[in-house]
Design a binder for this molecule. Structure first.
Ligand SMILES: [Zn+2]
Length: 476
C-alpha cells in the first residue's frame, strides 16, 4: 500500500499530495484550484465542526446562514476591505440568461452582507450583544493552490458579533482566540503561538487581528485561525447603530473570526509521516481497528468471533472497526489502516487467542502492548488518551526545538534556508523595515506575542531601537 508515497525527505510537497490522494482524503476537481473532499477528509472536518460548534454555543453564540451572493456595491463600502479582497473575488455578471443590473460577488467573507442585516436588526442597547456564527463555503480566486491549505473554494466558520463597547469587543476576540488555541492544542494535538498581527498582515478592514500560528514539519509556519477586532470600521459605513439607555445613538463595536478546512491541512502537516496520514484520537474518523490474523478455518471462526465481540463492546464508546475482509492479508490491512491514520490497532492471532489477549499497536510509534480480552474497554480508553497526549507533546517539542533567537540578519537568512522554523527577533516597528525583510528573505512577522516579549533590543535588520521581540517565519 504505502509503496508509492514519496518520502518527506525527498520531496515534501509531493509527499503531502501523495498522503492525501492515497489515503483518499481528497482529490483534485475538474475545476482548477478546487478540491473534492472525500469521506475520510470530510469526517475529519465534521469532527472539527462538532467540537468547535459546541465551544461556540457554550460561549453564547448561535448559528445562522446568510446568502452566498453579495451585491458588489456592499464590498466597496469599506475602503481597506475592497482593496484587500477585490483581486481574489469571483463576480457573477449574468443570471437567467440576462446581464444583471448589479454584479454579485461570490462571498470571499461575509462581513458586508451580514452587517447590512445587522443594521436592520439592531435598534437598542437591549439587542446587544449579537453573537452569530455561520458555517459556510467561501470563494477566493487563488493562483497557486494546495489541497486543504489553499483552495479557491473552501469551507469555514465565520463568527460575526456586535457589541455596545470597545472593551466588550476586545474581550470577545480574545475569548475566541483562546478557544482556537485550546482547540488546536487539546483536540488537534498542535501547540501554537498566539499573538497579534502587524498592520500589514492584519485582516483588510480590521483594527487589530489576532492569530494562532503553528509549525509544520518542513519548518514553515501556518496561520491556523484568526480573530479580528473590527472596531467601528464596518459599523460606520453599514450604519450598525444602537440607542443607548440615555437615548443617544452610537455605532456598534464589532468582531469577526474564523477557521477553515485549512485546519485539516495543519493536522496532516503536523502528524502525518512516510506511511501516511495520522490522526490524533480525538478527531480520528476511526480510532481503533481490529485486525484478525488466522491460518486455518478453525482459527478463523474463533478469532472472527472474538473480533466481532470486541467491536460490539467498544462500539458505544469508541469509533471502532473490525476488518474481517477475507481476501486481504493482515500485513496489507496493517499498512492500509496506518496510511488512513487510525491511531490504535488491535491485532488478534492464534497465539493471542490462546493467551486471551489482543496485541495493541500504536500508529504513532508502533509500540506494542498486550491487552487482556476482559479489560479491553478500559485499556483502549486509556491508550487513546495517552496517544493524544504523546502526539501533542511530540509537536510541542518540535515547536520548541524549531524556535530560535535571531539577532544577526545574515545568520537569520542562512538559518531560514537551512532549518526554517520560528525566529524570535527584535523589530523596530516600522512597516517599511518589515517590508524589506519580507522582500529579502520571504519571512514575515507571524505574531507579536501578547505578553512576555517586552525587552530592550535592536531591530534585526536596521539596528533601530526595539522594545519587544516578535515571531518571524516563512509561512504557507
Ligand atoms: Zn528595523
Amino acid at each position: 500500500m504505502a509503496k508509492s508515497i514519496t518520502p518527506r525527505s525527498e520531496d515534501y510537497s509531493r509527499w503531502y499530495t501523495d498522503i492525501i490522494t492515497q489515503s483518499q482524503m481528497a482529490d483534485y476537481s475538474p475545476v482548477k484550484g478546487c478540491m473534492v473532499i472525500r469521506p475520510l477528509g470530510y469526517a475529519v472536518w465534521e469532527a472539527i465542526q462538532r467540537e468547535l460548534d459546541a465551544r461556540f454555543r457554550a460561549t453564547g453564540h448561535q448559528n445562522a446562514y446568510f446568502p452566498l451572493f453579495i451585491p458588489e456595491s456592499f464590498m466597496k463600502r469599506e475602503a481597506e476591505h475592497v482593496e484587500g479582497f477585490a483581486p481574489e473575488c469571483a463576480v457573477v455578471t449574468h443570471g437567467g440568461g440576462k446581464k444583471l443590473e448589479e454584479p454579485l460577488v461570490v462571498r470571499p467573507t461575509s462581513e458586508t452582507i451580514i452587517y447590512a442585516m445587522y443594521s436592520k436588526w439592531i435598534r437598542s442597547y437591549r439587542d446587544l450583544p449579537v453573537l452569530i456564527n455561520q458555517w459556510a463555503n467561501v470563494v477566493r480566486w487563488e493562483m497557486r493552490t494546495r489541497l486543504f491549505l489553499r483552495t479557491t473554494e473552501f469551507l469555514w466558520q465565520e463568527g460575526h458579533t456586535a457589541h455596545a463597547t470597545e472593551a466588550e469587543a476586545e474581550e470577545e476576540v480574545l475569548r475566541i482566540l483562546e478557544i482556537y488555541r485550546s482547540f488546536s492544542e487539546d483536540c488537534m494535538a498542535i501547540p501554537v503561538y498566539t499573538g497579534r498581527k502587524t498592520a500589514s498582515e492584519k485582516f483588510a478592514g480590521a483594527l487589530r487581528t489576532y492569530c494562532i500560528e503553528a509549525l509544520m514539519q518542513d519548518g514553515k509556519a501556518l496561520q491556523a485561525g484568526t480573530s479580528h477586532n473590527l472596531g467601528q470600521n464596518f459599523a460606520k459605513p453599514f450604519e450598525v447603530k444602537y440607542q443607548t439607555a440615555a437615548g443617544d445613538w452610537e455605532y456598534c463595536w464589532q468582531t469577526s473570526w474564523g477557521v477553515s478546512t485549512r485546519l485539516v491541512g495543519a493536522i496532516l502537516m503536523s502528524h502525518a509521516d512516510d506511511n501516511g496520514v495520522s490522526f490524533p484520537p480525538f478527531l480520528a474518523p476511526v480510532q481503533v481497528v481490529i485486525v484478525p490474523i488466522w491460518k486455518s478455518d478453525d482459527q478463523k471462526t474463533r478469532i472472527a468471533e472474538v473480533a466481532r465481540r470486541a467491536e460490539a463492546e467498544l462500539g458505544p464508546k469508541f469509533r471502532v472497526k473490525a476488518d474481517l475482509r477475507d481476501e486481504l492479508s493482515p500485513g496489507w490491512k496493517f499498512n492500509e489502516w496506518e496510511m488512513k491514520g487510525v491511531p490504535l490497532r488491535l491485532e488478534i492471532g492464534p497465539r493471542d487467542l490462546e493467551a486471551g489477549q489482543f496485541t495493541a499497536v500504536r500508529r504513532l510509534d508502533r509500540v506494542k502492548t498486550p491487552v487482556p480480552f476482559d479489560s479491553v474497554g478500559s485499556a483502549v480508553g486509556s491508550m487513546l488518551d495517552a496517544i493524544q497526549i504523546d502526539m501533542r507533546e511530540a509537536r510541542r517539542a518540535a515547536l520548541v526545538a524549531g524556535t530560535r533567537d535571531a539577532d544577526d540578519y545574515e545568520k537569520f537568512k542562512k538559518d531560514l534556508d537551512e532549518v526554517g522554523g520560528f525566529f524570535r527577533a527584535h523589530w523596530c516597528g516600522e512597516a517599511a523595515c518589515e517590508a524589506v525583510i519580507k522582500e529579502e528573505t520571504k519571512a514575515t512577522i507571524r505574531a507579536i506575542p501578547l505578553s512576555g516579549n517586552r525587552a530592550e533590543g535592536r531591530c534585526l535588520r536596521c539596528n533601530g531601537a526595539s522594545h519587544e521581540w516578535v515571531y518571524f517565519a516563512r509561512a504557507y
